[in-house]
Design a protein around this ligand. Structure first.
Ligand SMILES: Nc1ncnc2c1ncn2[C@@H]1O[C@H](COP(=O)(O)OP(=O)(O)OP(=O)(O)O)[C@@H](O)[C@H]1O
Ligand SMILES: [Mg+2]
Length: 550
């Protein structure tokens, strides 16, 4: 379809054309260069000027007789015709695959399916990053369906228990309407799913999660909620010194520690008791890597309602056992999916090192050698450890608006341009920007899921998160973990972020210039009102005064 003619100054890299038909930003176009090659380009900017529309195209290239992609070397002739590109040209020039994980349709094309390369996902890791509620888990759900279709196993660390719905076919009427366009049909994956849960009352089809109770001393040290002091460490070391066993149960270690004469032994018993109380370990019946990673199956670790430190402990132990099993080739290549990755490998200053940090870092940097893929998902890219994010070669962005998060993304994506940044800021729901698949960043209309999408149960939770999110930033801490730690003279036993109740209130009031909204905060403990004045917090009496308590 003819969509316009080139006008004005041109170069081999870019030109402007006057639009004569419907064309949108990011659409692919085709034209011929003076050497008669069919060239593929993409509309980067589009603007209306009085009675004409002008579109700026950035040239991508053409495929020569040998099938290599080349860039034109002569400027385009003004007056040349511009066509909407057909899918074949896009596919050839972009070198898009025709098989693999089908995740959606290429924006700006008619019907071009986008496939992710399974090998690349498993050996080079992936990250799905976006604001809350913009479709990260949905996208991961699509990817998991594709893994099951191609019989590649996966283990999902699922803190909200939203992946269990993969068992049921999609019944959402709105989504079913789009199935024709994406060429998918409703389908449930019940038979391929193993669901482990820590909940007391297991739902049908779920298994109780138990981890191997025979632990190495290193594992015991790694799993304790905070670092032991030298004297506490020596209590454990001397307890195990005379036995030459490789692994211990928690009871065995406790029994040995009890024999110690050291004063520190009570503290040690206390922390060991944390592991015991978690009731996570069983010496006989526990989930073995061989049962979690099986061809054609996906394992979900449902941790809904579980305390954050226990979630980290579970993630640590499972990831470590799986990594070791994979190194010894006891299990096939697979993908480890970590939802809410900022909680399991937080960036320095946002929770620091947690129990699961080190093993996830190791998998990110060494997993590729052993074909163990890592996929991390987060709504706060800035809070995910950089060493993990930088190892994720395929990056899937849905909408991101937070400036700190955008900066993290721009710093971590090779060849990220201002255009990409603007695009990420305004992606509509259901649209993803995929970087690292091919040289070009691709905008993809994510396909609808065959199976049901979980997460409805946490609607309220989600709503609250959405309201809370900007306020967390509002009070972006000036004093980070490291700053505080450096200045504490006493011996540090524990460092933890706690939440302090602060109500944010917006009030509408009338003025001569129309309605205005005023924001202020009420301290939930003292009842004081907090205002932001010139970036400074000012406090006034507030509630105690109003209800005459002051
Ligand atoms: N490709 C899509 N097609 C249709 N609906 C979608 C798509 N992507 C997302 N949605 C809708 O958006 C909602 C939110 O998506 P999702 O649960 O994946 O968000 P999220 O980014 O994981 O949020 P959170 O940060 O809270 O975990 C879904 O319930 C779904 O209805
Ligand atoms: Mg989610």
């Amino acid at each position: 379809m003819l969509v316009g003619k080139i006008v004005g100054r041109t170069s081999p890299e870019s030109f402007v054309f006057e639009v004569s038909s419907i064309i949108r930003k990011m659409d692919f176009i085709a034209t011929r260069d003076p050497e008669k090659h069919w060239i593929l380009g993409r509309v980067e900017e589009i603007a209306q000027e009085k009675d004409k529309t002008l579109a700026k195209v950035s040239v991508i290239g053409y495929v020569d007789k040998k099938g290599t992609v080349k860039k034109p070397r002569m400027p385009f002739k003004p007056g040349s015709f511009i066509y909407k590109s057909e899918d074949g040209l896009i596919k050839r020039v972009l070198g898009m695959k025709s098989s693999g994980f089908y995740v959606g349709l290429l924006e700006g094309s008619d019907n071009l399916k986008v496939y992710l390369d399974p090998r690349k996902i498993i050996t080079k890791h992936a990250a799905v990053l976006a604001k809350t509620g913009t479709g990260k888990s949905y996208f991961m759900g699509v990817l998991i369906e594709e893994l099951m279709e191609t019989k590649i196993p996966a283990v999902i660390i699922d803190p909200h228990g939203e992946y269990s719905s993969l068992a049921n076919p999609n019944t959402n009427v709105e989504e079913i309407k789009y199935m024709g366009r994406f060429e998918v049909r409703p389908k449930g994956y019940k038979r391929q799913l193993n669901i482990y849960s820590l909940e007391k009352n297991l739902e049908q089809g779920m298994k109780k999660l138990k981890l191997s109770g025979k632990l190495t001393t290193q594992e015991i040290f790694d799993m304790l909620p905070f670092r032991l002091t030298t004297s506490q460490l020596s209590v454990i070391y001397s307890a195990v010194r005379d036995n030459d066993k490789e692994r211990y149960t928690i009871d065995e270690i406790m029994k040995e520690v009890e024999k110690s004469n050291s004063k520190s032994k009570w503290n040690v018993i206390n922390v060991l008791d944390f592991l015991k109380r978690s009731q996570l370990f069983d010496n006989v019946h526990y989930a073995k890597p061989e049962a979690m990673v099986r061809k054609g199956e996906v394992t979900i670790i449902n941790m809904k309602g579980v305390e954050p430190d226990v979630q980290q402990l579970v993630t640590y132990k499972i990831s470590k056992d799986l990594f070791e099993a994979r190194k010894e080739k006891r299990i096939p290549p697979f993908l480890l999916v970590v939802e809410e990755a900022h909680n399991f490998c937080p960036e320095r200053g946002f929770g620091g090192e947690v129990i699961s940090s080190r093993i996830l870092r190791t998998i990110a940097s060494e997993g590729r050698k052993f074909a163990m893929g890592l996929a991390v998902i987060s709504q706060r890219p800035a809070r995910v450890e950089k060493n993990v994010l930088s190892q994720c070669n395929t990056q899937i962005f849905l909408r991101v608006t937070n400036p700190n998060d955008l900066k993290t993304i721009m710093d971590s994506v090779e060849g990220a341009t201002r255009g990409i940044e603007a695009e990420i800021r305004s992606l509509p729901i259901g649209t993803a920007l995929i970087v690292g698949l091919i040289d070009q960043a691709l905008i993809v209309n994510v396909r609808v899921k065959r199976s049901d999408h979980g997460g409805e149960v946490m609607m309220l939770d989600k709503k609250m998160k959405r309201i809370e999110d900007p306020d967390t930033l509002y009070f972006f801490p000036k004093f980070l973990e490291e700053d505080i730690k450096k200045n504490i003279r006493k011996r540090l036993e524990q460092f933890k972020l706690v939440y302090y109740p602060l109500w944010r209130i917006s009030c509408k009031f009338r003025t001569e210039e129309g309605d205005k909204v005023d924001n202020f905060f009420v301290d939930g403990v003292t009842g004081e009102m907090w205002f932001l004045r010139k970036e400074q917090i000012a406090r006034t009496k507030g509630v105690p005064e109003l209800i005459r308590l002051g």
